[in-house]
Design a protein around this ligand. Structure first.
Ligand code: BGC
Length: 254
């Protein structure tokens, strides 16, 4: 086993399950990330089997350090409560307890956007920013994380506010841009409607836009005319893994 061990972050998404040990002194992966396709039947049992495999792969780098796992769902006290973009059988599963039993290590399970937000606030675009900060991840769905003076208000689900009679994420997520083949301008109009609506509800000091598409922020962020400052995330697709590992380490030291 390596001299130095690191907590593990694992990000469970609709298409892939990704994990890496995380060096929290730098907010960076301590080894190359592993990605495995999410099984077609993505039940808790099938996904937990894959998570156990990822943990096994990194045992030399992570020893018995805590594991943080993100899911694209509301999670209260380790129990998954919704399933907008994952198998319905997750609802009411005590994911944290199931994983602890299986892995024999401290486990934290949290919402994917909350994990990404935690990472951005610690190591990325939100570092040291006081006041109200909203992170929105634009991917298959829209995930949100809300911070007040750096403290997370967990499980905000602002991706599901109603926008022009629709579930907002079905109009403004990056998946809507792709499936409807929207130009960047057209998609930016929808994002503008979406973020203006959220602004009126929350009056954030800063909005951070995350998800893989934040790499291409120059194509759409300048087209949004908002009252709040809006900037791209810095950790992009690594944020979930880094935030999960950070939160797991924090929880286990409490
Ligand atoms: C879910 C959220 C999740 C987001 C991003 C939404 O559909 O309701 O819990 O954070 O997708 O994956």
């Amino acid at each position: 086993m390596a001299d130095k061990t690191f907590p593990l972050g694992i990000d469970v998404g609709g298409s892939g399950i990704k994990g890496a040990p995380v060096d929290l002194s730098r907010g960076e992966f301590a080894a190359e990330r592993l990605r495995i396709d999410t099984p077609e039947h993505s039940t808790p049992q099938n996904v937990i089997d894959i998570i156990a495999g990822v943990a096994e792969t990194f045992v030399a780098q992570s020893g018995d350090r805590p594991i943080g796992v993100t899911v694209p769902a509301v999670v209260t006290h380790g129990v998954v409560r919704t399933a907008a973009n994952i198998d319905d059988s997750w609802i009411d599963a005590d994911a944290a307890e199931l994983l602890r039993e299986r892995l024999g290590r401290p486990v934290t399970v949290l919402n994917d956007a909350d994990a990404a937000g935690v990472a951005e606030m610690q190591f990325g675009a939100g570092r040291g920013v006081p006041g109200t900060v909203l992170l929105a991840t634009l991917g298959t769905g829209i995930g949100t994380a809300l911070f007040v003076d750096g403290v997370l208000v967990p499980n905000t689900e602002f991706g599901h506010v109603e926008l022009d009679g629709h579930d907002a994420e079905s109009r403004a997520a990056n998946s809507a841009r792709k499936t409807e083949d929207l130009s960047w301008d057209k998609w930016a109009e929808r994002l503008h409607r979406y973020f203006s609506h959220l602004e009126g509800l929350l009056w954030p000091d800063l909005i951070i836009v995350g998800g893989g598409v934040s790499k291409k922020s120059e194509k759409f962020l300048d087209l949004l005319d908002l009252r709040s400052k809006i900037i791209p995330a810095q950790l992009q697709n690594d944020a979930g893994i880094i935030g999960a590992a950070y939160q797991a380490e924090l929880d286990s030291s409490r």
